[in-house]
Design a protein around this ligand. Structure first.
Ligand code: F6P
Length: 341
């Protein structure tokens, strides 16, 4: 078969491990793989490269995506869907493998539903880990490892200076990165978008720690978290092609309020895109490899409009449509984090 592949939306580590698995398993199955460049811009502009074993050699641990990415939404650009389907048909593409988060997978789902459908399957990839129906998306584990490493480092400086440090992590409207890194990095407070937070309760917590002899505190806040009575803090209200504003700044906001209300020295830091780069963790590489192989198998079996998934340690697949609602954090794990307050 002639199979197309693309990577869209925010990048992460371990995408290349998935690309490598698709290409290696695809070639072994006698298929031809075309890699479209820069998200949906590739199929729209007919910009692609033929994937060879040489092209994917050595990319297993490397961050980013060798195909490039973008937040292009073909359904928001005049004439783009027609251009894209025309190109894919002209190139003889019989199936698309789409790697990305809910925006990319949403487009993949729509392709299957066109009057003249483009058969497509999805691979979940986002550091946010907010895709429904899968325990893990590619990139999440590495982002948690990066954030945990940062928390370990910030602990020593916070302790030496007797400061409060508020650390902002990504995740958009889900708190998975904040929660997992917060637990692994021993944060004193973890704030997630799923629960509005009460600033006075945080200050009480800091004071209680002081009374018990702990002169520093580390707070992890997800970029989408918001206090009671306030909306999310944004860098820009301008929305991207999928309707998302640019979140950012909640750590700085919170640090200012805490310092003002307590008189204690407080600093903030936003880990930002650091969380999306670097060498992928072994776990992410394994998940990505399993997903790449499973995606080719879905295509071979003609099981389209589905996404590869991991549920309770088993690789499986689910309808793409089911993947498109945001997966909130596990409340049990959130409660577990509170045990250490
Ligand atoms: O969806 C992945 C993500 O990293 C979010 O956590 C974050 O809000 C957003 O992308 C940032 O997007 P950009 O790379 O466009 O700044």
């Amino acid at each position: 078969m002639r199979i197309g592949m693309m990577t869209g939306g925010g990048d992460s580590s371990a995408i290349n491990a998935a690309i490598r698995a698709v290409v290696r398993r695809g070639l072994e199955g006698g298929h031809q793989i075309l890699g479209f460049k820069n998200g949906w811009a590739g199929p729209i502009n007919g910009d692609y490269m033929e994937m060879t074993a040489d092209l994917v050699s050595g990319i297993l641990p490397r961050g980013g995506t060798i195909l490039g990415t973008s937040r292009t939404n073909p359904f928001k650009l005049e004439g783009a869907v027609e251009k894209m389907t025309g190109n894919l048909k002209h190139l003889g593409i019989e199936a698309m493998i789409c790697i990305g988060g809910d925006d990319t997978l949403g487009v993949a789902h729509k392709l299957n539903g066109l009057d003249e459908p483009i058969p497509a399957v999805g691979i979940p990839q986002t550091i946010d880990n907010d895709i429904n129906g899968t325990d893990y998306a590619i990139g999440f584990q590495t982002a948690v490892a990066v954030a945990t490493d940062a928390l370990d480092k910030l602990h020593t400086t916070a302790e030496s200076h007797h400061r409060i440090i508020v650390v902002e992590v990504m995740g958009r409207d889900a708190g998975h990165v904040a929660l997992y890194a917060g637990i692994a990095g021993g944060a004193d407070v973890v704030l997630v978008p799923e629960h509005r937070f009460d600033i006075d309760a945080i200050i009480d917590r800091i004071k209680r720690r002081r009374q018990s002899g702990k002169t520093f505190s580390i707070i992890v806040v997800a970029e989408g978290a918001r206090p009671e009575g306030r909306e999310q803090v944004v860098i820009s209200e301008k929305t991207d092609a999928f309707g998302h504003v640019r979140l950012g700044g909640v750590a700085e906001y919170l640090a200012n309020v805490i310092e003002e209300k307590t008189g204690l020295e407080t600093r903030s830091m936003n880990l930002g895109h650091l969380q999306r780069g670097g060498m992928a963790t072994p776990f992410d590489r394994i998940v990505a490899t399993e997903f790449g192989i499973a995606a080719i198998e879905l295509v071979e079996k003609g099981e389209f409009d589905r996404m590869t998934a991991i549920q309770c340690g088993t690789v499986t697949s689910i309808p793409l449509e089911e993947a498109l609602t945001i997966r909130p954090i596990d409340e049990r794990i959130f409660q577990m984090a509170q045990t250490f307050y």
